[in-house]
Ligand binder design. Structure first.
Ligand SMILES: *[C@@H]1O[C@H](CO)[C@@H](O)[C@H](O)[C@H]1NC(C)=O
Ligand SMILES: *[C@@H]1O[C@H](CO)[C@@H](O)[C@H](O)[C@H]1NC(C)=O
Ligand SMILES: *[C@@H]1O[C@H](CO)[C@@H](O)[C@H](O)[C@H]1NC(C)=O
Ligand SMILES: CC(=O)N[C@H]1CO[C@H](CO)[C@@H](O)[C@@H]1O
Length: 847
C-alpha cells in the first residue's frame, strides 16, 4: 500500500469513527457527555468503552505552578500530542495539620483535573499517598511522624489507618466532582503506593502484607477505573504494574500477569537536580528513541516525567532539591516550549498515531537484521496494514539495513518508523522540528528604585538564657521545627579560666560541630565564626572553625538549617537533622567536649515569628538602610512589574544562602554560594509567576544566612524563547507532522514529495521579525550561533526572508532545488540552517 493510500485509509477510518484519532476533540469518545466510560484492559492496551487507544501522557504537578499557568500548560501539552495529563496528589499540602485541609490555590486539585477535562484530555491521578517526587517528605505530612508507634509504608496499623483515611477522602472528593471516567470524568487510571518493591523486600513479610492490603483497600473504593502500581513487578489482583525508568522498552519485560498491558509511568525527560549538581541534559533524540522502542515492543502508554516540572515553591522541595524542577522538560520551568524536545516528541506522537491501527490490532513479530539491528513489525495482512520499527542499538555506529528488499539508513541508537513497512515517517535521530534558544533580558526594574532596607538578626544572636527548650544534649532538629521552619538555634555557655586559653596570641582554639544535616552558621560570643553544610549524599557533616574565646563565660550559638525532609527509603519517620556533637579544641587544658554541657534551643527566626516577609508583618519590623555583607539579615526592596508578558525571573547570583520571597510568596531556597563541579551555583535564577505581581510596589524580601551577599546586584529579568531555529538535512525523512501543517493533509503529502520541511513558528502573539541567519549547504553550530560551512548557497537568506518575515510561522522546503545547489560541493549533504527572531513589535501581518 502506498503511503498516500495508507493515509487515505486512516482518514476514512477516522471519519468512520472506528478507533478515533485518540478521540481528541470528540467528547463522545470520552464519555464527557455521557453517564460514564468503561476503562478496561488486556495485554494489548487500555480500552475506553471497549475501544483500544494509544496513550501519551505528561506529568504536570499542580502545586508546582500557580493555577493561572494551568490552562496554558495543559493546552501546550495537548498541542504536543498528549492525550493524558498526570499528577501526583500531595498529602502534606492538602492536610498540613491532622484534620485541617487545604484545597485552595496551587492545591486546588479539583480545578486542575476539571481543566484537564475541559481540554478534552484524559487524566491519571497518582494518589500514593507516599509520592516521593523530590517533594518534601515524599508528600507525607510531618504530623504523621508524631502518631504513636507509627512505621511508614509497612504493615503497621497506625500508618494504614491514616493512609486509608486520606486516600478515601481524596477518592470521595474526586467522585463528588464526577472526575473518574466511570462517572463521565477524565481520570482513566489511579495509582496506589509508589515504587514500593525495594521497600517490600526490606520489610519482608510485612512489606508483602502491606502491599496486598494497599491494593485491596484501593480496589474496595470502587472508582470504576483501573488502579496501577509503578515499579511493582507483582502487583496484586487487578492492579496493573507499570514501569518507571529511562529505557522501559529494553529493560522491562512487562507485567508477569499476561492479561495486563505495558504501561510506562515515569520516563525521565531529564534528571531532577539538587543543590551541588551540575546541569543535566537528556536529548530529544534519546527520549524519542526510548519511547519509540517502547511502543515497538508492545507498549501502549508512556508518561513523560516531567512534561512540565515547574517550581518547588517555598519549602516544598525534598532535602537538598532545588526549587527549579525539571527545567529540561518539553515545557521549561516558565511553561515555554523547550525546542526541539517539545516538537520532536510531538512529531513522534503523530507518527505513532498514524500507525495506531497496526500497533493496537496488528500481529506483532520481530526480525533480527544483524547484530544490534532489529525490525519490529505489526501487521494486519488481510487489510494490507503493516508498520515496522527499524532499530539500531549501536551507540557509536550508523548503519544501513536491508528490509523487505529495500535499503534503509539507520543512524546510531535510533528507531525509524515505517508507516507502511516502506516509508520512513519518523526517525528518532533526525530532528525536523524547530529549535529555540532561551535568553534572559535585563529589565529596567532592576535599577529603578534599587534601594534596600535591612532588618538584621545578627546583632541579637540568642544565648542560652533566651532559649525555652533545655536539655543536657542537643535535640534532634525535625522534632523541634516540626517542619514549620528550616531554622533552629542551639546554644550553650561555658566558663574558661585564664590558664585554659592558649598562651600564644596566634594560636586559636577551634570549634568543631558535627551535625546530622543539613547546614549551619555558628557564632561565639555573638561573633560570626562561619558556615558549614552537608550534601545530598552525605547529609551529616562536621564544621571546624577557629574562634576567639575569653576568660569567664563564653557563649556558643549555632543556627542549624534544614533544606527539606528526605523523600525516599525505609524508615523515613526516623530521619534526623541538627547538631549532635560540639567540642572546643586547642585549649591549654585539651579538648573541651560540650556535647552534654546543657543546651538551650530556640525554634525559628525572629523575622519568621514577626512575618517579616509579608506585607503586614514587614510593616511591624524596624527596617533601616541596608548595610551589605552581613549574616542573618533580612533585606527588602520594592519594584514595579516588568512591562510585557514574558515570564519574570530574579537573578540571585550575588547572594550566599537563604530564602527568597516576593509579596509574601516563597519562591524557594537559594544557595548561590554552593558551587557545583563546574564552578557555578546549581540554581541562581528564580521564577516569579506574573500572577504573584502587581503593577507597582512589589516587595522582594530575602533572608540571607551567611552574609557576603550584595543585594543591590540582584537583577530582575524577563525570559524569552524568541530566537527560533531550524537545522534540517535534505536526507532527513519527512516527518509526518510537517505534512499536516498545510491545510490539505493529502495534497501536501504529494506536494512535499516526502522531502523534509522546516517549519518555523513564533510563540503566541509574536511574529518573525528578522532572519538572523540562513544557509543552505553544510552550516555548523547550534541555535543562537550558526556559522556557514564551506558550502553555502547565497540565495538562502533572501528566500527565507521572503517566506518568513512578518509571519507568525512559515514552512520552508529543504531541497537543493529551492536554494540552488552549491557547485563547490557536489554530493555534500544539503542542510538548511535558519535562525529567526520573533517579536511583538511588528504590526499584525498576514498569517
Ligand atoms: C513484622 O511486623 C511485626 C509486628 O509489627 C514485627 O514484630 C516483626 O518484627 C516484623 N517483621 C519484620 C521482618 O520486620
Ligand atoms: C522525637 O520526639 C519523639 C517524641 O515526641 C521521641 O519519641 C523521639 O525519640 C524523638 N526523636 C529523636 C531522634 O530525638
Ligand atoms: C559559536 O560557534 C563557534 C564555532 O562554531 C565557536 O567557536 C564559538 O565559541 C561559538 N560562540 C558562542 C558564543 O557560543
Ligand atoms: C527511580 C529510578 O529508577 N531512577 C533511575 C532513573 O534512571 C537513572 C539512569 O538510568 C538511574 O540511575 C535511576 O536510578
Amino acid at each position: 500500500m502506498s503511503l498516500l493510500r495508507l493515509l487515505l485509509f486512516f482518514f476514512f477510518f477516522l471519519a468512520a469513527g472506528g478507533g478515533g484519532n485518540g478521540g481528541i476533540g470528540k467528547c463522545e469518545a470520552y464519555g464527557l457527555t455521557k453517564e460514564g466510560t468503561a476503562i478496561t484492559f488486556d495485554r494489548r492496551s487500555l480500552m475506553v468503552d471497549g475501544r483500544r487507544d494509544l496513550f501519551f501522557s505528561g506529568s504536570i504537578h499542580y502545586p508546582r505552578s500557580p493555577p493561572h499557568m494551568w490552562p496554558d500548560l495543559i493546552a501546550r501539552a495537548k498541542e504536543g500530542g498528549l492525550n493524558v495529563i498526570e499528577s501526583y496528589v500531595f498529602w502534606n499540602g492538602h492536610e498540613p495539620e491532622m484534620g485541617v485541609y487545604n484545597f485552595e490555590g496551587r492545591y486546588d486539585m479539583i480545578k486542575f483535573f476539571k481543566l484537564v477535562q475541559e481540554h478534552e484530555m484524559f487524566a491519571m491521578v497518582r494518589i500514593g499517598p507516599f509520592v516521593q517526587a523530590e517533594w518534601n517528605h515524599g508528600g507525607l505530612p510531618y504530623w504523621l511522624r508524631e502518631v504513636p508507634d507509627i512505621i511508614f509504608r509497612t504493615n503497621n496499623e497506625p500508618f494504614k489507618k491514616h493512609m486509608q483515611k486520606f486516600v478515601t477522602m481524596i477518592v470521595n472528593k474526586l467522585k463528588d466532582a464526577k472526575l473518574f471516567a466511570s462517572q463521565g470524568g477524565p481520570i482513566i487510571l489511579a495509582q496506589i503506593e509508589n515504587e514500593y518493591q525495594h521497600l517490600e523486600a526490606a520489610f519482608k513479610e510485612n512489606g508483602t502484607t502491606y502491599i496486598h492490603w494497599a491494593a485491596k483497600m484501593a480496589s474496595d473504593l470502587n472508582i470504576g477505573v483501573p488502579w496501577i502500581m509503578c515499579k511493582q513487578t507483582k502487583a496484586p489482583g487487578e492492579v496493573i504494574p507499570t514501569c518507571n525508568g529511562r529505557h522501559c522498552g529494553d529493560t522491562w519485560p512487562g507485567p508477569t500477569d499476561k492479561n495486563k498491558p505495558l504501561l510506562w509511568t515515569e520516563n525521565w525527560t531529564a534528571q531532577y537536580r539538587v543543590f551541588g549538581d551540575p546541569p543535566s541534559q537528556r536529548s530529544a533524540e534519546d527520549i524519542a528513541f526510548a519511547v519509540a522502542r517502547f511502543y515497538s515492543v508492545g507498549g501502549t502508554m508512556v508518561n513523560y516525567y516531567m512534561y512540565h516540572g515547574g517550581t518547588n515553591f517555598g519549602r516544598t522541595g525534598a532535602s537538598f532539591v532545588m526549587p527549579r524542577y525539571y527545567d529540561e522538560a518539553p515545557l521549561d520551568e516558565f511553561g515555554l516550549y523547550k525546542e526541539p524536545k517539545w516538537g520532536h516528541l510531538r512529531d513522534l506522537h503523530h507518527a505513532l498515531r498514524l500507525c495506531k491501527k497496526a500497533i493496537l490490532w496488528g500481529n506483532p513479530s520481530n526480525q533480527p537484521l544483524g547484530k544490534l539491528y532489529e525490525a519490529r513489525l505489526f501487521e494486519i495482512p488481510e487489510q494490507k496494514i503493516c508498520v515496522a520499527f527499524l532499530s539500531n542499538h549501536n551507540t557509536k555506529e550508523d548503519g544501513t539495513v536491508t528490509f523487505r528488499g529495500q535499503q534503509y539508513f539507520v543512524p546510531r541508537r535510533s528507531v525509524s518508523i515505517l508507516a507502511d513497512c516502506k516509508t520512513v515517517v519518523f526517525s528518532t535521530q533526525h530532528v525536523n522540528s524547530q529549535h529555540n534558544q532561551r535568553t534572559f533580558h535585563f529589565s529596567d526594574q532592576t535599577v529603578q528604585g534599587n534601594v534596600w532596607e535591612m532588618y538584621t538578626e545578627s546583632d541579637k544572636v540568642p544565648t542560652y538564657k533566651f532559649t525555652n527548650i533545655r536539655t543536657q544534649k542537643p535535640l534532634e532538629a525535625y522534632n523541634l521545627t516540626k517542619d514549620k521552619t528550616d531554622y533552629v538555634w542551639y546554644t550553650t555557655s561555658f566558663k574558661l579560666e585564664a590558664e585554659d586559653l592558649p598562651f600564644r596570641k596566634d594560636i586559636w582554639p577551634v570549634l568543631e560541630v558535627s551535625s546530622h544535616g543539613h547546614a549551619m552558621v555558628a557564632f561565639v560570643n555573638g561573633k560570626y565564626v562561619g558556615a558549614g553544610h552537608g550534601t545530598k549524599i552525605n547529609k551529616a557533616f562536621t564544621m571546624e572553625k577557629p574562634i576567639e574565646v575569653r576568660t569567664g563565660i563564653n557563649h556558643v550559638s549555632i543556627l542549624s538549617t534544614t533544606l527539606g525532609m528526605q523523600d525516599s527509603g525505609v524508615y523515613l519517620e526516623h530521619r534526623q537533622a541538627g547538631i549532635d556533637g560540639v567540642t572546643i579544641q586547642g585549649l591549654n587544658t585539651g579538648t573541651l567536649d560540650l556535647t552534654s554541657n546543657g543546651w538551650g534551643h530556640l525554634v525559628g527566626l525572629e523575622g519568621e515569628r514577626r512575618n517579616a516577609h509579608t506585607e503586614k508583618g514587614g510593616d511591624g519590623v524596624q527596617w533601616v538602610p541596608a548595610v551589605f555583607d552581613r549574616p542573618l539579615t533580612w533585606y527588602r526592596r520594592r519594584f514595579d512589574i516588568p512591562t510585557g508578558d514574558d515570564p519574570v525571573v530574579i537573578d540571585m547570583s550575588p547572594m550566599g544562602k537563604g530564602v527568597l520571597y516576593v509579596n509574601g510568596e516563597g519562591l524557594g531556597r537559594y544557595w548561590s554560594s554552593y558551587k557545583h563541579a563546574l564552578g557555578r551555583p546549581s540554581q541562581y535564577l528564580y521564577h516569579v509567576p506574573r500572577c504573584f505581581l502587581k503593577p507597582t510596589g512589589n516587595v522582594m524580601t530575602i533572608f540571607e544566612e551567611e552574609g557576603g551577599g550584595q543585594p543591590d546586584g540582584i537583577m530582575i529579568l524577563t525570559v524569552k524563547r524568541d530566537n527560533i531555529c531550524s537545522f534540517i538535512s535534505e536526507k532527513n525523512p519527512a516527518h509526518v507532522k510537517s505534512w499536516e501543517r498545510k491545510d490539505s493533509h493529502l495534497k501536501s503529502v504529494a506536494d512535499a514529495d516526502l522531502k523534509p520541511q522546516a517549519v518555523l513558528s513564533c510563540p503566541e502573539k509574536k511574529l518573525i521579525q528578522q532572519v538572523v541567519f540562513a544557509s543552505y549547504g553544510n552550516p555548523l553550530g547550534i541555535c543562537g550561533n550558526y556559522t556557514v560551512g564551506n558550502c553555502h548557497a547565497p540565495k538562502a537568506k533572501e528566500i527565507v526572508e521572503k517566506a518568513c518575515v512578518g509571519k507568525k510561522s512559515c514552512v520552508l522546503q529543504v531541497s537543493h532545488e529551492v536554494y540552488g545547489a552549491d557547485l563547490n560541493c557536489p554530493g555534500s549533504t544539503g542542510t538548511l540552517a535558519v535562525q529567526a527572531k520573533c517579536s511583538k513589535r511588528q504590526k499584525a501581518a498576514d498569517q
